[in-house]
Design a protein around this ligand. Structure first.
Ligand SMILES: Nc1ncnc2c1ncn2[C@@H]1O[C@H](COP(=O)(O)OP(=O)(O)OP(=O)(O)O)[C@@H](O)[C@H]1O
Ligand SMILES: [Mg+2]
Length: 243
């Protein structure tokens, strides 16, 4: 389980997360929604130990991400995919995917590369397995990025706007792959502006507003009168639907 209690995070004098509480159990797909600047990416970075937290506690399967000795264990459990496909340009798709299993988990290279090819096949990229990132489209690169996270067999997949740099066709491509991964039971924390997609794959919606989690509801409730009764949620949804 990912457990976040009383999480505070500031950058200089700007407080970005103001006491976040969130628990995510195995098998859940939680979408984190909220306006630009509300703190969604910062939250994901805190879960993955990429930001030093200023208060509260974040644990992943019981490992405290603020303790250097426990961070590596916490990280092994959660794979992160960011908005921009940060693949290594000098490595092929297969090499990018196999890198961490070889270096971090000591998987023999041959096995790691075979697994990488299997993952690429799952996302419809068998034929591009030996291509370099520069030879791939944005959507293809993002699919390689997702495979790279999955290669570590994470208990939790953290996804931060993985489709926001993609055109609608590539977005659809990547979203359908994520829907498949969700169906297989991978626990996901999904930051997105794709409201309808969030609605279709999530078990729960967490809504951030200026660094506070003002709603944490089962998806059905969030998109019903219950969610709409919250002025910030209603305002956000009506604006997103217009855009
Ligand atoms: N490294 C940093 N240094 C200073 N301020 C930062 C840093 N990272 C984020 N911030 C600030 O923290 C706030 C929250 O940023 P964050 O990236 O978490 O928002 P977000 O909800 O992910 O927004 P978006 O939807 O635009 O991606 C913003 O005001 C941002 O300017
Ligand atoms: Mg962000």
């Amino acid at each position: 389980m990912i457990s976040i209690t009383g999480l505070h995070k500031s950058f200089g004098s700007a407080t970005v997360l103001r006491g976040i509480d969130l628990e995510i159990s195995q098998g859940e797909v939680v979408s984190v929604l909220g306006s630009s600047g509300s703190g969604k990416s910062t939250l994901i970075r805190c879960i993955n130990g990429l930001e030093k937290i200023d208060g509260g506690r974040v644990t992943v399967d019981g490992f405290d991400v603020s303790k250097p000795r426990e961070l590596a264990d916490a990280r092994k459990r959660s794979g992160t995919v960011f908005q921009l496909f940060n693949l290594y340009p000098h490595m092929t798709a297969v090499q990018n995917i196999a890198l961490a299993p070889v270096e971090v988990l000591n998987v023999p290279r041959k096995d790691a590369e075979a697994e990488a090819r299997r993952l690429l096949q799952q996302v419809g990229l068998s034929e591009r397995a030996d291509a370099y990132p520069a030879q791939l489209s944005g959507g293809q690169r993002q699919r390689v990025g997702i495979c790279r996270a999955l290669a570590m067999k994470p208990s939790y997949l953290l996804l931060d706007e993985v489709t926001s740099a993609l055109d609608p066709e590539m977005t659809a491509e990547v979203l359908s792959i994520l829907a498949n991964i969700a169906k297989q039971g991978t626990t996901m924390v999904f930051v997105t502006h794709e409201i309808e997609f969030a609605r279709s794959i999530s078990t729960r919606i967490a809504f951030l507003d200026k660094g506070q989690m003002i709603a944490d509801l089962p998806t059905e409730d969030f998109f019903s009168d219950k969610g709409m009764a919250m002025p910030r949620v209603a305002q956000f949804l009506s604006k997103m639907r217009k855009d």
